[in-house]
Ligand binder design. Structure first.
Ligand SMILES: NC(=O)c1ccc[n+]([C@@H]2O[C@H](COP(=O)([O-])OP(=O)(O)OC[C@H]3O[C@@H](n4cnc5c(N)ncnc54)[C@H](OP(=O)(O)O)[C@@H]3O)[C@@H](O)[C@H]2O)c1
Length: 265
């Protein structure tokens, strides 16, 4: 990781940096001496992380308060980063709507598609062009273990995470010749705000620590194209691929989500 600066350039941009896995990405990247652009909606949280990163790691930090489902905010983000050499892009911001598909308003579903699909695509295109010109860069796309099959009660979310994975795999091959590393990350349950809706009592699930996920992903960047943090998640991936049918995987994931969403459904 010490070679990040040399390999990718001096600035990284992390979306969804105000909490959870994104905050951990920002911290671990800053600990390697890279300057960071922190992006999210909650300015108070971003300012406190900015303060922390500057005082501990003596890096430069830019805070950009943006709702990434709003086109004008993305345009502002592009303007504010115009003079920065963003060499490492972490497409981390994401949201999940958990319930029966039909009970979630369609507008909410579309907002999730905007944040989870449209935003990483638009950011990858914008910063990808500049990385290609410089012939170096790194891009991390946050997917999920739910990306490998359809999942009841989070059907739209799982679909967006499948996009993140497939999109990431495609551009990883396209961008290789430009010396740009692309990685998809597929964690399972992780202790963040996003997973607060889940009730794990009476289940064997032990959510991952967000710091573990971010650290593992950064270790994989440039070495692999897919990172599956956590032994259980790796087991689910391999067994789902070679032992069970897709229909069986969807059924078993559905049973798990029905259980952990017992307070919501
Ligand atoms: N936690 C899990 O179990 C899990 C498992 C697999 C994959 N993931 C993926 O990991 C990524 C990070 O999620 P997390 O678990 O760390 O959840 P989290 O703690 O809720 O973090 C989500 C981040 O996205 C930001 N965000 C949400 N809506 C936004 C918007 N409209 N515009 C800009 N920023 C926005 C939030 O900041 P503001 O509220 O300040 O905007 C926050 O910083 C997501 O892509 C998620 O799909 C999570």
């Amino acid at each position: 990781m010490k070679t990040f600066n040399k390999k990718y350039g001096s600035w990284a941009l992390v979306t969804g940096a105000s909490s959870g896995i994104g905050k951990e990405y920002a911290t671990h990247i800053a600990s390697q001496g890279l300057n960071i652009v922190l992006v999210a909606r909650n300015e108070k949280k971003l300012r406190s992380i900015e303060k922390e990163l500057i005082s501990i790691y003596q890096v430069n930090v830019e805070v950009i308060v943006a709702d990434l489902t709003i086109e004008a905010d993305i345009e502002t983000l592009f303007k504010k980063t115009n003079d920065l050499e963003i060499g490492l892009l972490v497409n981390n911001a994401g949201r999940e709507d958990s319930n029966h598909f039909i009970k979630i308003p369609v507008k909410q579903h579309l907002g999730t598609i905007d944040l989870n699909i449209k935003t990483p695509l638009v950011l990858t295109h914008h910063f990808g062009v500049k990385m290609i010109e410089r012939k170096k860069g790194g891009i991390i796309n946050m997917s999920s273990i739910v990306a490998f099959q359809g999942v009841p009660y989070i059907a739209n979310y799982a679909g967006t995470k499948a996009f993140n994975l497939i999109f990431s795999e495609g551009i990883a091959s396209e961008f290789k010749k430009y010396n740009i590393d692309v990685l998809a990350v597929t964690p399972g349950f992780t202790k963040t705000n996003l997973a607060k809706v889940y009730d794990f009592t009476g289940t064997p699930f032990k959510p991952l620590e967000p710091g573990f996920v971010a650290k593992k992903a950064l270790k994989y960047l440039g070495r692999k194209r897919l990172c599956i943090p956590g032994f259980i998640n790796a087991f689910l991936y391999w067994s789902g691929k070679f032992l069970f049918t897709r229909h069986m995987n969807t059924t078993s994931f559905g049973m798990v989500f029905k259980k952990v969403l017992k307070n919501t459904l």
